[in-house]
Structures are given as C-alpha cells and as structure tokens.
Design a protein around this ligand. Structure first.
Ligand SMILES: Nc1ncnc2c1ncn2[C@@H]1O[C@H](COP(=O)(O)OP(=O)(O)OP(=O)(O)O)[C@@H](O)[C@H]1O
Ligand SMILES: [Mg+2]
Length: 502
C-alpha cells in the first residue's frame, strides 16, 4: 500500500490495505486544498499529526487544528434531561485538519494540488512520516537541540546558522518559561562554540556556570547535566551589587562627541553636536586626560541655554559612572566561542538603557569591520529597550541591528513578556519565534500579525500551553511545531522567590 509509514497502531478498519494502521476518521463535506473536515471515530487531540493516503503522492501529513463535538441535544431538551435519557443523545466528533504536505522525490515539501476525496480514511501519522515531512533529523552538526516534538520521541533541533543570521524572538507571559528556554538555547550555542553577548537585566544567566541537579526528565530527553563556567564571563556596571562580575566601563576618550550625546540623552544632534565638540576641544587642549567632571565644569562656565543643558547632562553622565579613562576593552568583552553576560541587576533603568545602547552599537560597528567574530546578541526584557511607543536611547540601534545585522553576522534575540509593547519592526524581523504561553489578547494579536503561517487554532493553543511547551516557527522548519522543551543542563537562575515557607 501507499501508506508505507503507517505502522503499529490498533487495527480498526477491515480493509486489507490498512493492516496495522490506526484509522481515526473519514473526510467529509467540502474538501479544500489547505484544510478539510473529518468525522472522528477515535480520540485524537488538537495538534496531533494525521495522515491521508493520496492516490498521486502517497502519505500526506496533516495536523488536527480544531475539534468540535456536535450533538442533537438542543437547549429545551437539555433543561429537562434526566440521566436515563443521556444515552439517547446523538453526537459526532468533528475535526478540522490542516494539510502539512509530503516530500517530493527532490526532497521538497509540497501540498497536493488536487483535494482529497470525501470519504477518504484518515490515520494517525507515525513518527517516520512526521520526521520526514517536518525535517526532524537527529544530531545535525549545526543543530541546537531544544526539546522533543510534543507527544513524540523526535528531537527538535534549530538550525544555528538560521538563528544567528535571521534573528530570534522568545515570547511568553511572565513566568511562561522564556528565561528557561533561552538558557537551553545558550547552552546549545556554547556547545557549538557560538559567541554570545547577553544583556541580562536580572542577573539570571550566571547560573549557566553551574550544572543542574539531575532528575527523571534529563534521562527521558537524553540530557547530561553540565556547567559552562569556562565559557562564561560576566561584566556589570555595578560590581558592589554583583560581585561575581568584572567592572564594565566605557572609555570617554574613545567616544565620538556624537556618541557622548547618546550617553547624555540628547537626541537633538543639530543643536548640541557643535557646542559639545567645541567644549571637548577647549578642555582637551589644556588637559588631555580630561574626565566627564572636567567637561561638566567647563560647560558650567559657559553662557546660554545650550551650555546649561550640556552642564546638566554631563553631571548626569558623571553620576552613572559608566565613562572612565580606560574603559573595558573590546577584546576582553567579546571572546570567540564564549558568552559574555552584561549583568544589570540593581542598575537604574536609564543606565541599563545606556549600557545596552553602547554595547549594541559597539558590537554592530565592530562586526561590520570584521573586528569581532559573528555573534548572537540577546536582549532580555526587550520591550524596555526597543519599545513600540516612545523612544529610548537604544531603540534606534536595535532597529538597525534587526534590519541590517544579518548581513554582518550579528544575530539578535529579543525576549519579552509583552509582544504588543515591543517595536513591531524589530519583532517582524525575527524569523524564528519561540512562543510559550501567552494569554493577553493584545500580545496574541501582535504575535499573529507578525508571524506567517499561524492558524487560528494555533493562536488559540498558545493560550493554554503548559509550562515547558513552546510553539516554534522558523528555525529551519517550514511549518510551526509544538516542542516540549528539554531540561536545562545548567541550573536555571530565574526561579520564583518563595514568599511563604512550605
Ligand atoms: N521547560 C521547563 N521545564 C521545567 N520547568 C520550567 C520550564 N520552563 C520554565 N520552567 C519553570 O517555570 C518557572 C518560570 O520560568 P522562567 O523563569 O523561565 O519564566 P519567564 O518567562 O522568564 O518569566 P519572567 O517573565 O518573570 O522573566 C521557573 O521556575 C522554571 O523553573
Ligand atoms: Mg525571565
């Protein structure tokens, strides 16, 4: 028979062709090229993979997108129903299935161009067919193993080249498992010696150094517990709060006046650039080792509104303590094959934005010149750094990296609990989306608008995903798929704080 992938299911049909195959229903009604309806005779769940035998193309993979139980019980009868009558209710379980496709002899995924016949049998799809059509191949050289296809023993490996070249978003409500999943992804990138820089507002990722305590899930997913202390370095602008980090400062003397304006929060370049340049020239001729405080003092002695603004903003920059004479060197900050954590725990939000802006633009400029290796820049809580409404200092550079970074091997990963609040142009540039549970209607709308190929059924399923299950789109796969995230090899650093002792 054509259904060569059908295997060990329960025999329910009497035809000799379907020996050993689990038939779950029949196609009925009007049949489209993308979807069809089926009357179900066996329990299947939304999201389950199905198979239909096509006369021309053999086994075609489909997925159950929606389910409805139809009955002849109307409201009047329901009101007067007694238990003895329950058996008389006639009901049908109906499903809507989406056609995923088949592999043609050239290995391309195609969708039949002629609709299936009404009455055709629908079977539960077996793993080999699912793996073949979805392209789930085990242990690829460039694959990041993030988990198993939901309800199957098939590894989901994301194509690392695609991740870095085409950007990633990780979206979920708070507590949905974003940081846990990102930890899984970073572990994989480190295993493959991919250079990463992580803007870490809560200091969650230093636990990547420490191996996880093993549990049953590690065995089931084939994951060994392992720490990455040799490949992790940590910097922070506030080492008193974050003593495990090295100090992060930027060199005042390496900043162009235009860049200094960014630190000063002055976006009106036309007004302030020339006066700032003059100020720096004046101070540096008498004092080549000038500090921000020297510049502020010189501005104070100037006259007029511009000098006053420069003075006030330079005092602000001095307070941030971000600009020192030396500054952290780029070669220390970015090391090939390692992850650099920029730990911003306890750092004021405005200073966090300055740090993110400076790091992002330094990485972008130096990646363009080829001075640093290709890398993956992760921005946690990205709605704060590239908001949809209002402008913060790092919005512009993050938009530039989202649109141009891939040309230069600078991959961006944005992580957010508010898909509706992050800049749409940044979100829509992400070709791989890792979506965990989202319930806010505005966030769901932003997700469905920015992602191609999401069906209404999938958007509904996102609302009820259990912790640890993600909907993955892109990442080398041609169709969205649900993945049970593998356990961490390292400890998770984002555990909720216990308020009341057990
Ligand atoms: N795949 C998983 N397997 C097991 N536990 C998980 C998984 N994902 C998340 N968790 C647990 O769920 C909790 C929340 O996860 P996490 O810290 O990743 O959420 P988050 O989306 O980053 O939340 P926030 O928005 O508050 O940062 C954690 O305690 C974590 O241990
Ligand atoms: Mg988190």
């Amino acid at each position: 028979m054509a259904g060569c992938f059908l295997g060990h299911g329960r025999l329910i049909s009497d035809g000799p062709l379907n020996w050993g195959v689990e038939e779950v229903g029949r196609i009925f009604g009007d049949v489209g090229l993308g979807h069809f309806q089926l009357s179900l005779t066996h329990p299947v769940e939304r999201g389950d993979y199905l198979c239909v035998e096509d006369d021309l193309h053999g086994s075609v993979l489909c997925q159950l997108d929606d389910l409805q139980r139809k009955s002849d019980l109307d409201i009047e009868r329901a009101r007067t129903l007694v238990s003895a009558d329950e058996a008389s209710i006639r009901e049908n379980l109906l499903g809507i299935a989406r056609i995923v496709g088949f592999r043609d002899p050239q290995g391309l995924v195609k969708i039949p161009t002629i609709p299936f016949r009404p009455g055709a049998r629908v079977y539960r799809a077996e793993d080999p067919l699912i793996a073949k059509v979805l392209g789930l191949s085990h242990h690829t050289n460039s694959g990041a193993y993030v988990g198993l296809l939901r309800n199957h023993d098939l590894r989901v490996e994301l194509d690392i080249n695609q991740l870095v070249q085409r950007h990633v978003s990780v979206l979920a409500k708070t507590g949905g498992g974003k940081s846990y999943l990102l930890g899984v992804l970073i572990e994989e990138l480190l295993r493959h010696k991919v250079t990463c820089v992580i803007i870490d507002p809560h200091g969650e990722y230093k636990s990547l150094r420490t191996p996880a305590d093993k549990n049953g899930a590690h065995h089931r997913f084939g994951v060994e517990s392992q720490g990455f202390s040799r490949q992790i370095q940590e910097y922070s602008p506030d080492v008193s709060l974050n003593p495990s980090a090295k100090p992060l400062t930027f060199s005042l003397h390496h900043l162009e006046p235009r860049e200094l304006l960014v630190f000063m929060g002055l976006t009106n370049i036309k007004t302030f650039l020339a006066p700032l340049k003059q100020l720096i020239e004046r101070v540096s001729t008498t004092n080549p080792d000038y500090t921000v405080a020297d510049l502020a003092r010189a501005a104070e002695s100037g006259e007029g509104a511009i000098a006053e603004t420069l003075h006030e903003r330079l005092l602000y920059v001095e307070q941030t303590k971000l600009l020192g004479p030396q500054g952290t060197s780029l070669s220390d900050l970015v090391k090939k094959g390692e992850a650099t954590l920029i730990n911003l725990r306890g750092v004021a939000p405005d200073v966090q934005e300055l740090v993110a802006a400076r790091i992002s633009s330094t990485l972008f400029e130096n990646r363009k010149k080829g001075k640093i290796p290709p890398l993956f820049l992760v921005i946690e809580e990205a709605h704060n750094f590239a908001p949809q409404q209002g402008q913060v200092v790092c919005s512009r550079i993050l938009k530039t990296i989202a649109s141009e970074g891939r040309k230069f091997g600078l991959g961006l990963c944005v992580v957010t609990q508010r898909a509706a609040r992050i800049d749409k142009s940044v979100l829509s540039q992400c070709n791989t989306q890792l979506i965990l549970q989202v319930t806010n209607p505005l966030d769901l709308r932003a997700i469905s608008q920015s992602i191609e190929g999401l069906t209404a059924g999938m958007t509904e399923m996102i609302q009820s995903l259990p912790v640890g299950v993600a909907l993955i789109t892109g990442g080398g796969y041609h169709t969205p798929l649900f993945c049970e995230i593998r356990p961490r090899a390292t400890r998770h650093g984002g555990e909720s704080v216990q308020i009341v002792e057990n």
